[in-house]
Design a protein around this ligand. Structure first.
Ligand code: TMP
Length: 211
């Protein structure tokens, strides 16, 4: 892979969108991407046209339309497979950089720790969906469950967010465990936006220093 693959993870309300926007601007302004290459900003679920349809199946709250937990897992895997094949791999092969709002870590955290599905099954599906593509770095924007709930008080919950506090606590534990990996960087999302941004920027600089 010639390009760099950067992922943002965190429980709902952790401020991923803001940080992704800031980082994108910084990457474009500083010109750290080789000339003739581009920055691709994408997300899961819903980074492709097919994925947008999968996203609405996954997150809609209509009665009688909720997938059971294995179906839910398979839909996230299907979204990821399409995303990797249509967007991520072609971009990286061209030397483009990719920033994704969520990737495999979310499935371990939400379906593994949240829904308590078998981690081995999740990892097997991950291999099938990603064909070995993995992020150069994953930023975990870390906030407490209380803060997450508070920040989203006036926003309508999607189907997963409706699961409530206990579920989110388990998801958060999952992210904490994942962030022990050397390719993850946990950042306290309660810091000022400026501090968070400068921590992220210094990690991204390291990605190109150690090539
Ligand atoms: P978003 O609100 O960050 O776009 O994410 C949509 C929801 O999907 C969010 O509540 C987290 C959830 N999700 C999973 O449960 N498993 C996954 O693999 C992914 C990518 C997201």
């Amino acid at each position: 892979m010639k390009g760099k693959f950067i992922v943002f993870e965190g429980i709902d309300g952790s401020g991923k969108t803001t940080q992704i926007n800031q980082l994108s601007q910084w990457i474009v302004n500083t010109g750290i991407i080789p000339e003739n290459n581009q920055l691709v900003i994408t997300r899961e679920p819903g980074g492709t046209n097919l994925g947008k349809s999968i996203r609405s199946l996954l997150l809609n709250t209509s009665k009688g339309k909720s997938p059971d937990s294995i179906t839910e897992l398979l839909l996230y895997a299907a979204d990821r497979s399409q995303h990797v094949n249509e967007i991520i791999r072609p971009a990286l092969n061209k030397g483009n950089w990719v920033i994704s709002d969520r990737f495999c870590g979310s499935t371990i955290a939400y379906q593994g720790y949240g829904r308590k599905l078998d981690i081995k099954l999740i990892k097997d599906l991950e291999m099938i969906a990603t064909q070995g593509i993995s992020p150069d770095i994953t930023f975990l924007l870390d906030i407490s469950v209380e803060e997450s709930i508070e920040r989203r008080i006036n926003i309508k919950d999607d189907r997963i967010e409706k699961e409530g506090r206990e579920f989110l606590l388990n998801v958060s534990l999952g992210f904490q465990a994942l962030s022990e990996d050397r390719k993850w960087k946990k950042i306290s999302a309660s810091n000022s936006k400026e501090n968070i941004m400068s921590e992220i920027q210094s990690e991204v600089k390291k990605l190109i220093q150690y090539e």
